[in-house]
Design a binder for this molecule. Structure first.
Ligand SMILES: CC(C)(COP(=O)(O)OP(=O)(O)OC[C@H]1O[C@@H](n2cnc3c(N)ncnc32)[C@H](O)[C@@H]1OP(=O)(O)O)[C@@H](O)C(=O)NCCC(=O)NCCS
Length: 381
């Protein structure tokens, strides 16, 4: 039976709906866990800095006349975050709010009826800055606009990382357009450690002992400093309208903390999440996904390095990788000058097909005229 989409709207989930949404996603994202473990892992994520204080909201697409039903059509999550926008036309860098959308899920029995697309179209109308997307412009064919939620309707842009190709480009704020999320930055540089001939990371490197390894507290402190450096760096950008997400406030740490339940089970769990040079100007941070059957992969979440120091820094990353039986190292959106060095050190660069970064800009400018700086793994959710 076809459902008239105007009879549906999106609502912040009730506690019972949150539990139901998480039960449903067990089959997709709880691989290797019992249902109880999957729910416990999600509950632990609620306590992380990036989720606390109302930053994480679970949404459901449900009938307007029964919005609290557990038989909702599909669900997703939003994380409220702080970001920077630099517009060369204005003097200073602006601190803005943005939203990262995650965990879009329709149960198999509801798929193919346009529910996820409709939910995502409606998402613009709950997160976008009201001045940039006024409720008065809400398409009448979809019924009444979603109810305003306190503290929202202030997003300058929203982001997501697609595992379903270009699907989200079809989810624009008005019907019949391809004006949804634009994919930007699929470049991936990777080393398969069995095959690659990177030199032994410590042999002959007189600087090896000078670097500091960073545990969970160490990377959190580094990402605070890093956010200030990012702010200074984007101030120098004169290449047009640019935004960047920031790694602080639990954004980057979500990369490894959300996998705690898997990491804790390892015989030799990784507890080091970054390395920094003595003057703290050069660093890499990372996460590691230990879930089989994929090769154990260490993905660099944030990288700050000059080309001349890249081999020394990579030496440290390889050192950790070898110690923790990592089979593959990945870096996303490596600048071209570093890509050249990486290739000389055995890496290949390609366009990946999963976790595709995508954004929707709510200003009057077109996405094609907006740049995404520091589009690295740290922003993923
Ligand atoms: C992806 C998903 C949310 C779509 O839900 P849905 O309610 O069936 O979506 P809709 O009916 O609105 O739209 C279906 C569209 O999604 C596309 N789609 C579904 N899975 C896809 C995939 N793996 N890759 C690319 N496109 C996909 C379909 O081709 C279809 O496109 P069409 O309308 O042009 O034919 C659902 O299949 C799901 O929950 N999958 C498992 C979880 C997941 O992968 N979530 C996305 C994480 S980024």
């Amino acid at each position: 039976m076809t459902v008239d989409h105007s009879t549906l709207s999106i609502y912040p989930a009730t506690p019972a709906q949150i539990s139901e949404a998480r039960r449903r996603t067990w089959s997709e994202w709880g691989k290797g866990l019992t249902l109880q473990e999957h729910l416990a892992s999600d509950a632990a994520q609620d306590l992380l800095e990036g989720s606390r204080d109302g930053r994480l909201i679970t949404w459901v697409l449900a009938p307007r006349d029964n919005s609290q039903t557990l038989d909702f059509k599909c669900s997703c999550e939003t994380f409220k975050r702080t970001a920077l926008v630099v517009n060369p036309a204005s003097a200073s860098v602006e601190t803005v709010t943005c939203y990262a959308i995650a965990s879009v899920f329709t149960p198999p029995e509801n798929r193919g009826q346009g529910f996820a697309r409709h939910m995502m179209r409606l998402m613009h109308w709950v997160v976008a800055d009201e001045a940039l997307l006024p409720s008065g412009d809400f398409p009448a064919v979809w019924g009444e606009p979603p109810c305003k939620v306190n503290g929202l309707r202030n997003g300058r842009f929203s982001t997501l990382w697609s595992d379903v190709g270009d699907f989200y480009s079809t989810c624009g704020p008005v019907p019949g357009t391809q004006d949804g999320w634009t994919i930007r930055g699929r470049s991936t540089t990777a080393w398969d450690l069995d095959a690659c001939s990177f030199p032994d990371s410590t042999a002959g490197d007189s600087t090896a002992g000078d670097w500091t390894w960073l545990d969970d507290c160490g990377v959190v402190k580094l990402w605070e400093e890093d956010s200030e450096k990012i702010r200074r760096d984007v101030e120098q950008i004169h290449a047009g309208l640019t935004f960047t997400c920031l790694p602080s406030h639990g954004v980057a740490s979500f990369q490894h903390r959300s996998l705690d339940i898997f990491s804790d089970r390892l015989d030799n769990p990784l507890r080091i999440w970054g390395v920094v040079s003595p003057d703290r100007s050069t660093y890499a941070t990372w996460m590691m996904d230990p879930r089989p059957p994929a090769p154990r992969t260490l993905t660099v979440s944030r990288l700050r390095v000059e080309p001349s120091d890249f081999d020394a820094l990579l030496g440290r990353v390889f050192e950790i990788a070898k110690k923790y039986d990592v089979e593959r190292i990945e870096i996303w959106s490596l600048p071209s000058e570093l890509e050249v060095v990486a290739r000389q050190l055995g890496a290949t660069t390609y366009l990946r097909e999963e976790h595709l970064p995508a954004f929707k800009w709510y200003g009057k400018e077109r996405e094609a005229d907006v740049s995404w700086a520091f589009n690295e793994r740290f922003g993923w959710c």
